[in-house]
Design a protein. Structure first.
Length: 35
């Protein structure tokens, strides 16, 4: 049970990181379009 919980926490952290990098790429693309 503890292992399952740890996996969930890891997955959530990974998803958050993925969302952050997606936002970063979108901002970068917006910057390119602005130029």
């Amino acid at each position: 049970n503890g292992e399952q919980y740890a996996m969930q926490q890891l997955l959530q952290a990974h998803q958050r990181r993925l969302q952050c990098s997606v936002v970063g790429v979108n901002r970068w693309l917006d910057g390119l379009n602005a130029m």
